[in-house]
Design a protein around this ligand. Structure first.
Ligand code: GDP
Ligand code: ZN
Length: 324
């Protein structure tokens, strides 16, 4: 048994005890590409602080069982990053990994309907930074842009491109900018998030018509009840890469950290942090604040600074609430 060959792959989906593993392309044409696999018993005991020892997105090594159809997961590779939530119920200190090894998380915004919301984008970027997930921005519904909005949209594009985040302007209905964005998804594991109505499912349908993600997940929820909704799934894209279908991406909107840590996740603040007069500067009201000076000099966008303050105040309020 130990001499049978092993294969590397990625977990697409989990039903609790079975895992769908997509085996990396190999030369054998008879090889099933997606293998229903189970974990070898001893993994179950290893990581006690995690409720799911194998997560969607995990890179794994499998070996075929004697039936030559099902597999056994014999190794889980180190995770680059993870999106998780605290496990529900009594296991309060445990985490539930929603998806791992994300190459890019995309915030989708509409030009209007719903209105463009850079403050949401800034919260999202903080959370992407916290989770060590590279982030990007899609501005959809470009066909609805009127003359008044042109300057605002151009400002938003320039603001995030200057911070080295990839930005794509699209129209799902007019099929504009779609192929450029599609090219950016290729061979990557992508998470797509953003407010309801911004056009996430329309965009995904435009690049992968067969997936019909949102529709499917909603019908699964109503048909099978709550259990299916707690599991994310990776959907293979037609030209390579994956897109994550998960209700868990709402975690991106919730910033939870010590207020003093926040400034480190505004990437353009970082070069100034050591130059503030006070070591414990919150970059709010303090004199001699190098961050505020950079805002005044135009080196930091004022809207980014406003977002920083808004999140800072909500974190400070939260700490009062917990009595810390
Ligand atoms: P989601 O909630 O983010 O998944 O948004 P949907 O994809 O369901 O889209 C919400 C609504 O916006 C639908 O009526 C879509 O037809 C429409 N929509 C999506 N993309 C565009 C676009 O690029 N331009 C315009 N004008 N409407 C769009
Ligand atoms: Zn400061």
């Amino acid at each position: 048994m130990s001499s049978s060959p092993t294969y590397e792959g990625r977990v697409l989906r989990s039903t609790g005890s079975w895992y769908e593993v997509q085996v990396d392309p190999v030369d054998d044409p008879d090889m099933p590409r997606v293998v229903d696999s189970r974990i070898r018993g001893k993994f179950r005991l290893d990581e006690t602080d995690v409720t799911n020892p194998v997560a969607v997105g995990d890179r794994v090594t499998i070996r075929y069982n004697e039936d030559d159809e099902t597999g056994m997961i014999i190794d889980i590779h180190e995770r680059q990053n993870r999106l998780s939530r605290r496990a529900a119920g009594r296991r309060v200190n445990q985490e539930h990994i929603i998806v791992s090894n994300i190459d890019r998380a995309w915030a989708v915004q509409a030009v209007q309907q719903p209105p463009l919301n850079p403050a949401f984008v800034d919260r999202f970027l903080v959370m992407a930074g916290v989770h060590d997930i590279p982030a990007g921005l899609v501005i959809n519904k470009m066909d609805l842009m009127d003359d008044e909005q042109q300057a605002e949209v151009a400002d938003v594009v320039a603001r995030y491109e200057a911070l080295d985040y990839p930005v794509y302007c699209t129209s799902a209905t007019a099929q504009a900018g779609i192929s450029d964005w599609h090219a950016a998804l290729r061979d990557q594991v992508n998470v797509v998030t953003g407010p309801s109505g911004a056009g996430k499912s329309s965009l995904i349908n435009a690049i992968a018509p067969d997936l019909d993600i949102e529709t499917k997940s909603i019908s699964e929820q109503t048909q099978k009840g709550r259990h299916t909704t707690t599991f994310a799934a990776l959907h293979p894209l037609p030209d390579g890469g994956h897109i994550v279908d998960t209700p868990g991406v709402r975690e991106f909107g919730i910033v939870e950290m010590h207020p003093a840590d926040l400034c480190h996740f505004f990437v353009e603040f970082v070069p100034y942090l050591d130059a503030c007069k006070f070591d414990d500067c919150t970059h709010d009201h303090e004199p001699g604040c190098a961050v505020k000076n950079a805002v005044d000099e135009g080196a930091i966008h004022p809207a980014r600074y406003e977002s920083y303050l808004s999140i800072l105040y909500s974190l400070q309020d939260g700490m009062e609430g917990t009595g810390r």
